[in-house]
Design a protein around this ligand. Structure first.
Ligand SMILES: *Cc1c(COP(=O)(O)O)cnc(C)c1O
Ligand SMILES: [Zn+2]
Length: 482
């Protein structure tokens, strides 16, 4: 089989409700269970057919596809059979998502922390966050529905902490045609870059006072009562696309996940769900021999999943939403994660195979998140605040003796540093509002210095200006003549 042929295998997918267990065909767009309102997973009833190939054969197929020149196989659909093998080639939307690199930390950084870390830079996706993985799958499915039903209009809607709307608006504007995009944001709670993104993509941007959880309620009311395609992470197609993170991670390390730990920030808990689900599929098909260990990380200002798992005895655990406080990990500042039932479902499966310590959730402070992001980026990474949270989580795990220095800690930087520069600026200017509870380490503060004033400049001829300025730079840097 050559890598440039589109796969011929087709699965049979169904929505499977985690609330009531009922199943529904995927020829209809469902956001949540029409019977009980529970969240769905997508289940391929013909998954076992994939076992006719050995793990080795699958590894070879996926490796050969890495060189494919076929657009539909260049991104997350390289792993077509594991993802949404009901889509046709013409349905697949590819905007360059996936294939994000894993960058080993510098020896300097590893020496400082006493562990070995690496960042998987999901900020190197087209809209600069991992959300593109889920949107690529979600919009591909929408395209198949539009094609099959000959729809002439469909409104896509999402509530967002910033990155979901940026991704949704990007994919919607590319697909165009029947698709119109609306995003609902918490007023004043997304960064300027994240607001600029859906505006630049031409989406209708609506703002409401409050936090993400408020936007979510509005959007769900719309979905319950009107015909719209909701693209929040309750949408099971998005979770499916996000599984590609796990597939890529395994492929990057030549399918060897032994002694590897993955640190993932948790907001609505869709990403960590998808990562666990993805690794479980690889394990079931014997594509990998060992599961990695997965660590969810939450800020002390938004930690409902941490609180749940902090209770040792599973029978004593009780899920309760929390009221969030200000968080620099703004994209994960969520008090009532919609994918919590999915986390529980996959965590149980994960622990049944990988043992009790194969899935854990850690809590870190806002201070640790910011310090970690600044530290990582000063060593050549491009971590966002949530990436700082992953790193802080790894340090916390080492401190608690949960990881050994021999294990490789893979940190998920879920977005690009540039989306969250405002927090970097607050750190360097020491201007965090008190509710963040962050005191910057001013030895790390980095601010631009004006070398020469505009007044001085205007008094000088062009030649004098160049020479004077150069001399000032020389004096500042203490340069010696060669
Ligand atoms: C959405 C998002 C998160 C949180 O992911 P969940 O799937 O909601 O847990 C973390 N970081 C960034 C940058 C995000 O955009
Ligand atoms: Zn149900």
């Amino acid at each position: 089989m050559t890598a440039d042929l589109f796969p011929t295998y087709r699965g049979h997918m169904e929505y499977f409700c985690l609330g009531c267990g009922k199943r529904f065909p995927t020829d209809e767009l469902h956001y949540t269970c029409p019977e009980c309102g529970g969240v769905f997973l997508l289940d391929n009833l013909l998954f076992d057919d994939l076992k006719k190939r050995s793990g080795k054969q699958w590894r070879e197929i996926f490796d050969s596809r890495a060189a494919s020149k076929k657009t539909a196989l260049r991104g997350i659909f390289r792993f077509y059979e594991l993802m949404a093998p009901v889509l046709e080639e013409e349905d697949i939307v590819y905007l360059g998502e996936g294939n994000t690199p894993v960058i080993e930390s510098s020896p300097g950084l590893n020496q400082t922390t006493g562990m070995t870390t690496a960042y998987k830079n999901d900020g190197q996706n087209p809209s600069a966050s991992f959300k593109d993985r889920g949107m690529a799958c979600g919009f591909s499915y929408l395209r198949s529905l539009i094609r099959q039903n000959a729809w002439d209009q469909i409104l896509t809607v999402c509530a967002s902490t910033g990155d979901t709307s940026a991704a949704a608006a990007l994919y919607a504007s590319y697909v165009g045609g029947a698709i119109k995009s609306v995003v609902i944001l918490p007023h004043g709670k997304v960064t300027p870059a994240q607001l600029a993104q859906p505006l630049g993509s031409g989406a209708v941007v609506l703002e409401v006072p409050g936090v993400f959880d408020d936007c979510m309620k509005v959007v769900e009311h719309l979905a319950d009562n009107y015909r719209v395609a909701l693209l929040n992470s309750k949408n099971a197609w998005r979770i499916l696309g996000q599984e590609s993170y796990a597939f890529e991670c395994a492929q990057w390390f030549d399918w060897d996940m032994k002694n590897k730990c993955i640190f993932v920030p948790i907001g609505n808990a869709g990403n960590i769900t998808a990562i666990m689900a993805g690794f479980l599929k690889l394990y079931e098909l014997e594509i990998i021999a060992d599961l990695p260990r997965i660590f969810g990380v939450q800020s002390h200002h938004a930690d409902p999943v941490y609180r749940y798992y902090a209770v040792d005895d599973p029978k004593e655990r009780q899920y309760e939403p929390v009221t969030v406080a200000a968080s620099v990990a703004q994209a994960a500042m969520i008090g009532n994660p919609v994918s919590f039932p999915r986390v529980k479902y996959f965590a149980e499966k994960f622990e049944a195979i990988g043992g009790e310590d194969s899935f854990q959730v850690l809590q870190v402070t806002e201070q640790q998140i910011m310090d970690s992001m600044i530290q990582a980026n000063m060593h050549g990474h491009i971590a966002c605040t949530q990436g700082g949270e992953s790193f802080a989580g790894a340090k916390r795990a080492l401190e608690l003796g949960l990881v050994t220095p021999e294990e490789l800690c893979i940190l998920d930087s879920t977005a690009h540093q540039l989306k969250f520069v405002d927090f970097q600026n607050m750190y360097f200017d020491n201007s965090f509002p008190p509710e963040f509870e962050i005191t910057p380490d001013m030895t790390l503060a980095n601010t631009p210095e004006l070398v020469i004033s505009p007044e001085e400049k205007s008094a000088l001829s062009p030649e004098e200006y160049t020479r004077t300025t150069a001399n000032k730079v020389v004096a500042k840097l203490g340069l010696e003549k060669k």
